[in-house]
Design a protein around this ligand. Structure first.
Ligand code: GAP
Length: 460
């Protein structure tokens, strides 16, 4: 499998096996939206559950939050999202009216356009003679705000205008005081949130990479200013550990230190964690920024409410913040790309997903050797129910012959297949009674395991 066709294989597998479908598929789709199928939602939930455990439950310094998607519009004025800070440069094909992101068009043409002003973009388009992908002249660049607008209540005036949140982070900042007052956390501490975010991307593209509706997993980690360098390094290492926990190999992850001239004006340091997406190369998987105390200060000024943290000795200050921010869809894509493998087994080429057991949609699949033998089916149902009670995500698979079942489960990343055969019933060798065959996805090796040992075996 070449790097270029690996992504195509992953996308095709996602559709064929029920991981990811085009949004509103039967109506021809809706650009920038994707729906998770039964296996996709299982993988996605596993990623989010593991993240919550890794960054919240396993630590003493993190607090969870689930803020509303719709927020008072003053939030977005204070955060700067209604202004130029949350705009992308847009150009139009002057003949067809089709819209493009100017910096992406320039980048696709081999020109570096990051951080350019609109005037600089216009100059560059003219000097390199850039045309639209349809071969037509391009309009001048203008700023396009990416927030989706909607209206709240029965009013039609400007007072009813609200936005779908473009990041979960602001829900954390506006609840900073609530969490401090209700939980009395000791600084440094973090507030974590997982939830949907919406951006009206000019050009959604590359599968789940750039979409208009997506999920984020974000932490705002509140610190004293003088702690920032040491806490930054600790959290950076935690992020490295998280990507390792997702099974992403270190050679496929790169840390991109955002140069000073590209940093947001309030950021003192930002690292993009990039993944080597097949056919695309290294691009942003997650971001990690030191945002000073810009956000809390802005909300304090705009709301008139104190965002100060008060120490036991009575001293007060506005905490500074470190922000690790992860996109769930990009993590899911990276996990699938990393796991998608090809080898030769029993003289046949097979495509399979080497998913870590804690992420796989199904922990194991249970099958009766033959589906027309009631005694095998009865015993297999018993084993299935026992495992299902323990793990939840156990598949029942009695379709086709055993080889086909293995292939099907390999393709969706099920780590183990458990088969109940005549030996389980003790009909041939009594010493094998109440044992089953467990087959390993990656090696194809089969072992005989006692039913009473099965849970411990799968938990290994
Ligand atoms: N609160 C900071 C923040 O939102 P960001 O770099 O704009 O920072 C964080 O977004 C992460 O969210 C990205 O690293 C990416 O994983 C994900 N993300 C952002 N925009 C996205 C989009 N249009 N489609 C899919 N994922 C996106």
């Amino acid at each position: 499998m070449t790097k270029d066709n690996k992504m195509d294989k992953v996308v095709a597998l996602c559709k064929r096996r029920g991981f990811v479908f085009q949004g509103s598929d039967i109506y021809g789709g809706l650009k920038g939206t994707w729906d998770l199928g039964p296996l996709g939602v299982a993988l996605n939930n596993n990623i989010k559950r593991e993240w919550w455990k890794f960054f919240v439950e396993d630590r003493e310094d993190m607090y969870g939050l689930d803020a509303a998607i719709l927020m008072n519009s003053k939030t977005w004025e204070a955060s700067g999202h209604t202004g130029a800070g949350f705009c992308d440069p847009l150009v139009e094909d002057t003949i067809t009216g089709e819209r493009f992101r100017a910096d992406h068009l320039l980048k696709d043409g081999g020109f570096e356009a990051e951080g350019l002003t609109l005037e600089q973009i216009d100059q560059m388009i003219i000097s390199v003679g850039l045309m639209s992908p349809n071969g037509n002249p391009l309009s001048k660049a203008r700023q396009f705000n990416m927030m989706f607008e909607t209206r709240i209540g029965a009013t039609s005036g400007p007072e009813g205008l609200v936005f779908l949140r473009p990041e979960t982070a602001q829900g954390i900042f506006v609840n900073f005081k609530n969490v401090v007052d209700s939980m009395s956390p000791k600084i440094p501490f973090g507030i974590a949130q997982i939830g949907k975010a919406f951006r009206n991307e000019i050009a959604p593209r590359e599968f789940l990479f750039r979409v208009r509706e997506f999920e984020q997993m974000e932490i705002e980690y509140f610190i004293k200013e003088e702690q920032w360098e040491s806490e930054f390094e600790k959290l950076r290492q935690d992020i490295v550990g998280w990507h390792n926990h997702l099974g992403l190999s270190s050679e496929n992850i790169k840390e991109y230190e955002v140069p000073e001239n590209d940093l947001a004006h309030y950021s003192k340091r930002t690292i993009d964690f990039e993944y080597n997406f097949p056919g695309k190369g290294f691009d942003e998987l997650a971001g990690f920024a030191y945002r000073t105390n810009h956000d809390l200060k802005s909300h304090m000024e705009a709301s008139g409410k104190s965002m100060e943290y008060i120490e036991p000795d009575g001293s007060r200050f506005i905490p500074h913040v470190l922000e690790p921010s992860f996109g769930v869809g990009r993590a899911l894509t990276a996990v699938l790309c990393e796991a998608c493998s090809e080898d030769e087994m029993n003289g046949e080429v097979r495509t399979y997903l080497r998913l870590p057991a804690h992420l796989a949609p199904y922990r194991a699949a249970v099958s009766p050797l033959l589906k027309n033998k009631p005694e095998l089916v009865g015993k297999a149902r018993e084993v299935f129910m026992m495992l299902k009670k323990k793990f939840g995500n156990i598949a029942w698979d009695d379709n086709g012959n055993i080889g086909k079942r293995y292939r099907r489960q390999d393709e969706i990343g099920t780590p183990h297949c458990v088969t109940i055969d005549f030996e389980t019933l003790g009909e041939e060798k009594t010493e094998l009674k109440d044992t089953v065959t467990v087959r390993d996805r990656d090696t194809g090796v089969q072992e005989r395991v006692a039913i009473s040992e099965l849970v411990a075996y799968l938990n290994k």
